[in-house]
Design a protein. Sequence first.
Length: 100
Amino acid sequence: MPLYDYKCANGHTFEARHGFNDPAPACPVCGEAQVQRLITSAPSVMQGMNANAGSGSSATKEQIQAKWAEETPKLREKLVSKLGEETVAKYGSSLNSNSD
């Protein structure tokens, strides 16, 4: 279950662990039922070449090459839709072949 940060109407801050759809708990210090969930950080979502290529900086050459092979067609498709096939074919040579 996730851990949430709260602040009650009287200014006390506290943490509570509960399910996503569960109601907010009362303040454990003063019992105030009117509490506000605080946003203390945002989750990061990695996409593209950064996502799942091994475990961070310890990715092997094979893992990076596999990720490159997976992402290159997606990148090429986006570029073609924005720049046109002729421009991508002329300037995007690394998108047309495997990288070693």
